[in-house]
Design a protein around this ligand. Structure first.
Ligand code: C5P
Length: 205
């Protein structure tokens, strides 16, 4: 069984994908981490993420980088969004994701283009979303726990800008696959969103 979970930043898709993987006993891949690894490679080298050749040189990263907590930072996310625009970068990361999806027994993958590009024949597809204000509020709560300077308005502006870049790019933009179920988590608790996701997947499989 292949489950594709797509959606914008801070929509809850990662939490939902992880919970689905536990519930259905499937391996899980957070594909955003691959783009974040490329982004942080460029950031640490002081390179220009808008330059496709520079971004491409960062695609050959060691697996250990995927465990680095720095990948979760806003800086890595912003650079990930910029490097992920380049078709060269997407092409360099595609096989790894397709191979993960094709393993015997199935898998759960979450990202932006899983239901449209990586696993268009997935058994179940969810498009997880929430309003930009709610997503900014969630991220602000997470960040302000260990950063007193967390700025709600800056986080909201970043989310809006990232949504725009991710959904307007020519190559594999963020968009709901025609056969994906929509799951709006704006007014749901985490456990309610997970229960709903499980029910949607069960109805498709
Ligand atoms: O999901 P996450 O916020 O970790 O993703 C970081 C960035 O990586 C996204 O803003 C998006 O630009 C890019 N990405 C992508 N395709 C995916 C997963 C992430 O373009 N499948």
């Amino acid at each position: 069984m292949i489950i594709a979970v797509d959606g914008p930043a801070a929509s809850g898709k990662g939490t939902i994908a992880k919970a689905l993987a536990v519930h259905f006993a499937l391996p899980w891949l957070d594909t955003g981490l691959l783009y974040r690894a490329v982004g942080i490679g460029v950031l640490r080298a002081g390179g220009d993420p808008d330059n496709p050749n520079i971004a491409l040189t960062a695609c050959d990263f060691p697996d250990a980088l995927l465990e680095d907590p720095a990948l979760r930072s806003e800086g890595a996310g912003a650079y990930a969004s910029r490097v992920s625009v380049h078709p060269e970068v997407r092409a360099a990361l595609i096989e790894r994701q397709k191979a993960f999806a094709a393993q015997p027994g199935g898998a759960v993958l979450d990202g932006r283009d899983i239901g449209t590009v990586i696993a268009p024949h997935a058994d179940a597809k969810l498009f997880v979303t929430a309003s930009p204000e709610i997503r900014a509020e969630r991220r602000y709560r997470d960040e302000s726990a260990d950063n007193q300077d967390a700025n709600h308005d800056a986080i909201l502006a970043d989310i809006i800008q990232r949504d725009k870049r991710d959904s307007e790019r020519a190559n594999a933009p963020l968009k709901r696959a025609e056969d994906a179920d929509l799951l709006d988590t704006s007014d749901l608790t985490i456990s309610a969103a997970v229960q709903r996701a499980i029910a949607l997947v069960e109805a498709r499989t």
